[in-house]
Design a protein around this ligand. Structure first.
Ligand code: NAI
Ligand code: MG
Length: 362
C-alpha cells in the first residue's frame, strides 16, 4: 500500500528545496525502496494570492485526511501588509494547531565536514548529534489567563500563565523516552523545578516514568539555565533533551547555532497516533522562505531533504533509509559539494547540484 504524503512547498525558496526532496522521493520509489505517493497543494502567500487564505479549508482537510505533511516555508515581504490573521506565517499556524502536533523534534547535528561552519569551536561540535524534544501545544504560550489588565491605579499588568497537566507532560515525555531508547539511551529533562510548580510536576512525572517504564534509559534532570550553558560549553554530552514549550524554544535555537547553517536543520512536529497507529506529523526545515536568495537556485536543500529523512524515520519507521540518507548527506558534503551558505572558501554549487550529489551518494 502506498504511503501518502501531502507536499506543501509554500513560498520563496520553499519550492526550490522541495524540488530536491521530491527528487529523493522519486529516486527511492524508482529503486523500489519505498512506495511514497505524493500530492501537492498551495500554502502561505501563494495560497493567499490564489484563494484569499494562507491555509484554505480544502487544504486543511487534505492534510488531516493524509496525516503526513512535508512542508517547505512560507512568508515574504509582499504579504506583510495583509491582515494579521491572513499573513502566511500566522495563518499557517492553524495547521499545526488543528493537527494537534504536540511534540517538536529538532535535531542538531554537525557532520565533521562542517565543524568549521559552527559558531562554536570545531572540536566542540565535530560529530555533534543531539535531539531536542520540545512540548509544542501547552505551557506559558497558551495558558489562561493571558491578558493585559488595567488596575485601579491606572497602571497595566500583563499576565501569562504557565500550565501543564500531568497528561501533557506524560505524552511528550513518552516521545522523548522512546527516542532516547532508539538512540544512545540518555535523556536530559529540563525545567526550573527550583522556582516553578510546573517544573516540579514535570520532574516528578518524568522521574516516575523512568522508574516504571524506561529503567534502561539514563535520566538526568537539569535546570534550564544550566542546560543553556552546557549546550554552549560541551554540546556533545547530550543525546536527547526534553523541555517544555518555552525552554525548548530557546534551547533549540541555542543548539541550532552549535550546528552551523540554518540551511542544514530539519524538524518534525508529531501528534498522537490514530486508530491505525499512524502518527499525525509535519516535517519542515527550520529556516524560512529566505526572500533574499529566492529564485536564484542557490538555497541549501539539506534541511528539506533531512526533513524527509525524519519522515522516513518517524512516520514510516524506515530507520534503514533514514540512516542511509543521513550518511549520503554527510558523504556529499565530505566531497566538498556545498551550497554557498556552507561553502566557506570553496566554490559553491546550486540547489539542484547539491540534491543530485546526495542522490548519487545514496
Ligand atoms: P529565513 O530563515 O528565511 O532566512 C534567514 C537567513 O538564512 C537568510 O539570509 C537566508 O538567505 C538564509 N537561509 C535560510 N534558509 C537557507 C537555505 N536553505 N540555504 C541557504 N541560506 C538560507 O528567515 P527570515 O529572513 O527571518 O524570514 C524570511 C521569511 O520567512 C519571513 O517572511 C518569515 O516570516 C518567514 N519564516 C517562515 C518560517 C516557516 O515557514 N516555518 C520560519 C521562519 C521564517
Ligand atoms: Mg524559536
Amino acid at each position: 500500500m502506498p504511503f501518502d504524503v501531502l507536499l506543501l512547498p509554500g513560498d520563496g525558496i520553499g519550492g526550490e528545496v522541495m524540488g530536491q526532496a521530491e527528487a529523493v522521493i522519486a529516486f527511492l520509489n524508482r529503486t523500489g525502496l519505498t512506495d511514497i505517493r505524493t500530492e501537492a497543494d498551495l500554502a502561505g502567500g501563494t495560497a493567499y494570492d490564489r484563494h484569499g487564505h494562507p491555509l484554505g479549508d480544502a487544504t486543511l482537510a487534505r492534510a488531516q485526511a493524509c496525516g503526513t505533511v512535508l512542508f517547505g516555508a512560507v512568508g515574504g515581504e509582499q504579504w506583510d501588509h495583509v491582515p494579521y490573521h491572513l499573513r502566511p506565517e500566522i495563518g499557517f499556524m492553524r495547521l499545526r494547531k488543528e493537527m494537534d502536533l504536540f511534540a517538536n523534534l529538532r535535531p542538531a547535528v554537525c557532520p565533521p565536514a562542517l565543524a568549521g561552519a559552527s559558531s562554536l569551536k570545531p572540536e566542540l561540535v565535530d560529530g555533534l548529534d543531539l535531539m531536542i524534544v520540545r512540548e509544542l501545544t501547552g505551557g506559558v504560550y497558551f495558558g489562561e489567563p493571558k491578558e493585559i489588565v488595567t488596575q485601579e491605579n491606572g497602571r497595566r499588568r500583563a499576565v501569562d500563565t504557565q500550565v501543564y497537566d500531568e497528561d501533557e507532560i506524560e505524552r511528550i515525555a513518552y516521545v522523548a523516552f522512546r527516542l532516547a531508547g532508539e538512540r544512545q539511551g540518555r535523556l536530559a529533562s529540563v525545567e526550573k523545578s527550583n522556582v516553578m510548580k510546573s517544573g516540579l510536576l514535570w520532574r516528578q512525572v518524568v522521574s516516575r516514568m523512568q522508574h516504571d517504564l524506561y529503567p534502561q534509559v539514563e535520566l538526568v534532570h537539569l535546570l534550564a539555565d544550566n542546560c543553556a550553558m552546557q549546550l554552549v560549553r560541551r554540546p556533545k554530552q547530550f543525546d536527547v533533551i526534553l523541555a517544555d514549550n518555552l525552554f525548548g524554544d530557546m534551547l533549540s535555537d541555542v543548539a541550532a547555532m552549535a550546528a552551523g547553517s540554518l540551511g542544514m536543520l530539519p524538524s518534525a512536529s508529531l501528534g498522537a497516533p490514530d486508530a491505525q497507529g499512524r502518527l499525525a506529523a509535519l516535517y519542515e526545515p527550520v529556516h524560512g522562505s529566505a526572500p533574499d536568495i529566492a529564485g536564484k537556485g542557490i538555497a541549501n536543500p539539506i534541511a528539506m531533504i533531512a526533513s524527509l529523512g525524519m519522515l522516513l524515520r518517524h512516520s514510516m519507521a524506515r530507520h534503514d533509509l533514514a540512516d542511509a540518507l543521513d550518511r549520503a548527506i554527510a558523504a556529499a558534503l565530505a566531497t566538498g559539494t556545498r551550497t554557498a551558505d556552507v561553502a566557506g572558501a570553496g566554490t559553491p554549487v546550486g540547489t539542484t547540484a547539491m540534491g543530485a550529489a546526495i542522490i548519487a551518494a545514496l
